[in-house]
Design a protein around this ligand. Structure first.
Ligand code: SF4
Length: 218
């Protein structure tokens, strides 16, 4: 059996446990075997005509959801279409009154908690309060045993890789730009300013999680 098949089998089995754990915390949770199924499910959950925006997420982009929203019958709020910094910030604020916010997670625990690290904080702010619905799409590669493991994954793996992505081709001086490793920096360009643990959806079903049985994102 190929490595991908072992991963898929593991994901399928573990997702059944994970869905129950998320549901015990007021999250709505689903499992899809692959990106194609996750895209179809996401689009079936988001009613046409609603306003949709997103935080920085390699996963959401990779499965084709951003392209589908922009091409579909939705009011897509895309900060990357802003003409200047002020316009970008205005669109980031607009996210808080949108119907849907799309994102992934930097890590999740076996007992159903989400861990995310943000530079600006707009993503974790929207996850916590504002948009009527938050849709989290996460590859099962983000699964960690404990909360400590999840925070360690977010800090020591997801954050340095994201930092390399965010500052690709730019003159950034965070330690992880040079070593690929987190040095717990306090630099001006640090992207790790807020660490959020979401241990429960305060409104039942507001935060929806689609688990995907293939590695996605960082
Ligand atoms: S070195 Fe700084 S910017 Fe890089 S991952 Fe660590 S805290 Fe974040």
């Amino acid at each position: 059996m190929a490595a991908e098949q072992h991963f898929a089998r593991h994901s399928q089995l573990a997702s059944a446990v994970l869905i129950k754990a998320f549901e015990s915390r007021n999250f709505e949770a689903h499992y899809c075997a692959d990106s194609k199924a996750a895209l179809e499910l996401a689009l079936s959950l988001i009613p046409q005509g609603t306003s949709v925006t997103w935080g920085g997420s390699e996963t959401v982009r990779t499965i084709g959801l951003i392209d589908a929203v922009k091409a579909g019958n939705y009011e897509a709020v895309d900060r990357d279409e802003a003409k200047d910094v002020d316009g970008r910030i205005a669109l980031m604020r607009r996210a808080f009154s949108c119907d849907w916010f799309l994102m992934s997670a930097n890590a999740m625990t076996e007992d159903g908690q989400l861990v995310n690290i943000d530079g600006n904080g707009n993503r974790v702010a929207a996850l916590t309060f504002g948009p009527k619905n938050v849709l989290v799409i996460a590859g099962m590669n983000k699964l960690c045993k404990t909360l400590d493991d999840a925070i360690a994954r977010a800090r020591n793996y997801a954050a340095p890789v994201n930092c390399l992505r965010v500052y690709a081709g730019k003159d950034a001086k965070t330690p992880c730009q040079y070593t690929g490793l987190c040095a717990d920096c306090k630099s001006e360009q640090c992207i790790c300013n807020t660490i959020a643990v979401t241990r429960r959806s305060s409104t039942k079903g507001r935060i929806k999680v689609i688990l995907v049985g293939e590695p996605l994102g960082y």
